[in-house]
Every structure is written in structure tokens, then in C-alpha cells.
Design a protein around this ligand. Structure first.
Ligand code: SAM
Length: 281
């Protein structure tokens, strides 16, 4: 494999991927409603061919597979542990119209003019070169194919991110990640997102503003939720990678205080803002 996206591969196929596998239930409780905003807008034909980009542990791949009984869905991801988990669940559910492949969507060859829909729940913001990646996605779609995904808006509208970065910066003199760099907030700027999609050949762009509360780390105490948070977020883990355990503990304690206003019986309840994106080939 090439060196492109190497940091992301190290995170998602390394410690980050393992944490996502272990916390899959909590992550799905948080992300399912947001993925559903996209899925409910897709007019899925029962024989559709679909690709789920950055499918992770496969929650959406499995959900869509159940809707397209005569069709097929391919889940692709760079994370081997997450794909192993996804494939294991598909076997347990005896779903035969689903497959998973390790693929870097920016770099690897994709089937050409093949899919009716390219779907993603938060799996398309991690490319070093999003223009290259979206051109690749574009060429994998049939002539009347559809791209549809959900991604985060600006961190200031997603306080779990902005507040945690604020806390970390009180302890570590680090620059915040550069705007547009690969990570959860790469597409916060709608104009940049439009530019990527247009330059990759997409037409008929629709980018909807979706704001709703989300439950993070359902059922966890405030401390457990903050511990999980510090290991699951690729931006945060990158900032903390050289921090000594005592300092990480201090940051954790400060985060517990900062997040405590958002903690309820059911975990952390945060406002969120996402873009619900659809575009035509
Ligand atoms: C935030 S997670 C979302 C996972 C899953 N879609 C979900 O909603 O639970 C982002 C996913 O994108 C994957 N990813 C990152 N860069 C990728 C790339 N270049 N090609 C394919 N997948 C990638 C990661 O491995 C990870 O599984």
C-alpha cells in the first residue's frame, strides 16, 4: 500500500479501531439517528447495488442490506479490526447480500460504473486528498448514481469537540488541527465541501443543515464517558499522543468538570450539527 493516509490507517487499524470495536454499542446509539437521516432520504430499490464508505463495524451496511433483499452492498474501510467485527455480525445475521473489503477509498481501485448509491455515515472526512477520493467514488457510480452521506458541521456547533479541545489547550501548548485537515471536521465549511463535490464531477448538490441532540456513551458515568471520549476521537488522540499519563489524568479530570453540565442518567447529551449531503453523478 502507498504511504497516503498513513496516519489514518495507523489510527483506525490500530488503537483507535480497537476502541471503536469495543465501544460499538455506544457509538451506534450515538450515530444511528444521524445515519437514519440519510437512509430515510434514499429511495432504495430492492435490487440496488450500494457501497458503504468507511463502513467501520458495519451498522449501516447491515441495516441497508436488510432493505435491499435482491440487491447487494459492499462495505469498505481501511480498518481491519472494524471490518472483522462487521463481517462477524453479518455472518451471525446470515445476510448473504453483503460483503466487506479492506479498501482505501482515496487510493485503491474501485469497481467502475457499478453502484447505484455511494453511502457513508461519517466515513468520508479522513482523506489526505478528498478531491482524489471523491473522483474515485464518482467513477464507481453508475451514470444515474447517487452519493449520500452525513458529516459534522463546525466544531463550535458540536460542543463535545470544541470544549474538549479547549480543555486540552489549557494543558498543552499545541496548535489546533489545521482547517480542512483529515478528521471529523474536515468538511465543516460548506463552500469547501461544495467545491470538492463539484470538482469531482458531482451535480445537483443538496447540503441540508441538520441539528439535533445526540447521546454519547449511553449509560456511562461522567468519568467513564470522558475516558472513552479521549480514546475514540482521532483529533484528540493525536493531540494527546505524547502526553505523560499524569498529564492525561489531569486533562481527564478537567474534561469531567467541563462535560458535567451535559451529563444525564443516559450518558452525555450534546447538541449536534451535521450536513446531510446528496449529489448526483
Ligand atoms: C468515524 S468512523 C465511522 C464508521 C462507521 N461509518 C460508523 O458510522 O460507525 C470513520 C471510518 O472511516 C474509515 N476511513 C477513514 N479513512 C478511510 C479511507 N481512506 N478509506 C476507507 N475508509 C476510511 C475509518 O477506518 C472509520 O471506520
Amino acid at each position: 500500500m502507498e504511504d497516503k493516509n498513513i496516519k489514518q490507517r495507523q489510527f483506525w487499524s490500530g488503537a483507535g479501531g480497537d476502541v471503536w470495536v469495543n465501544k460499538q454499542r455506544e457509538m451506534d446509539i450515538m450515530l444511528n439517528p444521524l445515519g437514519d437521516r440519510v437512509i430515510e432520504r434514499l429511495d432504495l430499490k430492492s435490487d440496488a447495488k450500494i457501497i458503504d464508505i468507511g463502513c467501520g463495524c458495519g451498522a449501516t451496511t447491515l441495516e441497508i442490506a436488510k432493505k435491499i433483499t435482491q440487491g447487494e452492498i459492499l462495505g469498505v474501510d481501511i480498518s481491519e479490526p472494524m471490518l472483522d467485527k462487521a463481517a462477524e455480525t453479518a455472518r451471525e445475521m446470515s445476510l448473504s447480500n453483503i460483503s466487506f473489503e479492506v479498501k482505501d477509498v482515496q487510493v485503491d481501485v474501485m469497481p467502475q460504473n457499478y453502484f447505484d448509491v455511494a453511502f457513508s455515515r461519517f466515513g468520508v472526512m479522513f482523506f489526505e486528498d478528498p478531491f482524489e477520493a471523491f473522483k474515485n467514488i464518482h467513477s464507481s457510480l453508475k451514470e444515474d448514481g447517487l452519493l449520500s452521506f452525513v458529516c459534522w458541521q463546525n466544531a463550535s456547533l458540536n460542543p463535545w469537540q470544541s470544549l474538549s479541545i479547549q480543555v486540552i489547550k489549557e494543558f498543552l501548548d499545541l496548535p489546533a488541527p489545521a482547517p480542512k485537515s483529515p478528521g471529523p471536521f474536515a468538511f465543516e465549511d460548506k463552500t469547501y465541501l461544495e467545491e470538492i463535490l463539484r470538482e469531482s464531477g458531482f451535480k445537483g448538490l443538496e447540503i441540508l443543515d441538520n441539528q439535533e441532540d445526540i447521546v454519547m456513551f449511553s449509560g456511562k458515568s461522567i468519568r467513564e464517558a470522558c475516558e472513552d471520549y479521549l480514546t475514540i476521537n482521532p483529533v484528540v488522540t493525536e493531540m494527546l499522543k505524547n502526553s505523560k499519563p499524569e498529564l492525561t489524568e489531569e486533562i481527564l479530570e478537567a474534561l469531567v468538570i467541563k462535560f458535567s453540565n451535559f451529563h444525564q442518567n443516559d450518558g452525555l447529551l450534546f447538541p449536534s450539527a451535521t450536513w446531510i449531503v446528496t449529489a448526483k453523478k
